[in-house]
Design a protein around this ligand. Structure first.
Ligand SMILES: [Zn+2]
Length: 125
């Protein structure tokens, strides 16, 4: 889909996502962000060719996209998430995308998933 960029990582290509939600479901091939292309604002239109640094870094194993779903009623896990991942800050929403330079281990993922207020944790494929 030319001209429309991912709202998650900002660099991925949006590919059709059969089975996704909406009338034209799409998924980012880079970070796994999903959306309905039929209602996507066009604000991600980009006239210049972007340097595809994130794609290259992901391919090289130096960038990982970690998704965390938080209970909208309970953001108490945020401090623990930052501590576990060694982050100094993160922006919060019900569905949070974090860009990590090292791959979180299975035990890290499990710890994150067990935090109160975290409903789901997964790495983009
Ligand atoms: Zn993306």
């Amino acid at each position: 889909m030319s001209g429309v960029f991912c709202g998650g990582c900002g660099e991925g290509d949006l590919a059709p996502d059969p089975g996704g939600r909406g009338s034209r479901p799409v998924v980012c091939d880079l970070c796994g962000w999903t959306a309905d292309a039929a209602v996507l604002p066009r604000k991600w239109l980009d006239e210049d060719a972007r340097p595809w640094t994130k794609r290259e870094r992901k391919k090289a194993g130096r960038l990982f996209f970690l998704w965390i779903d938080l209970d909208p009623e309970d953001d108490g896990a945020v401090g623990d998430i930052m501590k576990i991942l060694g982050l100094s800050g993160m922006s919060i929403s019900d569905r949070t995308l974090l860009e990590l330079e090292t791959r979180p281990t299975e035990s890290t993922l499990r710890k994150l998933g067990e935090l109160r207020g975290v409903t789901r944790v997964w790495l983009a494929p």
